[in-house]
Design a protein. Structure first.
Length: 132
């Protein structure tokens, strides 16, 4: 699996690809990728394979920029620090607040009793099941 990741050159690698490369099942691959230590090594291998392809990518960007592609030229100038796009955002928002209908003392009392009764029933159920 690591060999496939290292040699992927940033191409998409599926679970099926990893299973075939390792001679294991997709379930095995999933379990292996859930292991923190293996996942970290695997991701480092994928990053390394992408890094190997970077000179070719940069060369392609330079060619496109030289052909007059503005997005490619802009990105290259940003990378080398010759260009920086600054933007500012002005937000004009209106917040509408509405008063919440207030409860009478009797409604508050009924609400509080119902809430406490619900939690009391939940505590009884937990104590009955042996949980604390």
């Amino acid at each position: 699996m690591l060999s496939l990741a290292i040699n992927s050159s940033g191409q998409r690698v599926t679970l099926e690809d990893l299973a075939n490369a390792s001679g294991k099942s997709v379930d095995f691959v999933i379990k292996k990728l859930q292991e923190d230590s293996f996942r970290e090594i695997f991701l480092d291998a994928m990053k390394g394979s992408i890094s190997v392809a970077m000179p070719e990518v940069v060369s392609a960007f330079i060619s496109k920029a030289c052909e007059g592609s503005f997005p490619h030229g802009k990105l290259l100038m940003e990378i080398v620090g010759l260009y920086s796009e600054e933007s500012s955002v002005n937000v004009n928002a209106t917040i509408k607040a509405q008063a919440v209908p207030s409860m009478t003392e009797e409604e508050k009392d009924q609400f509080l009793r119902a809430t406490l009764e619900q939690h009391d029933n939940e505590l009884r159920l937990l104590k009955g099941s042996g949980e604390k």
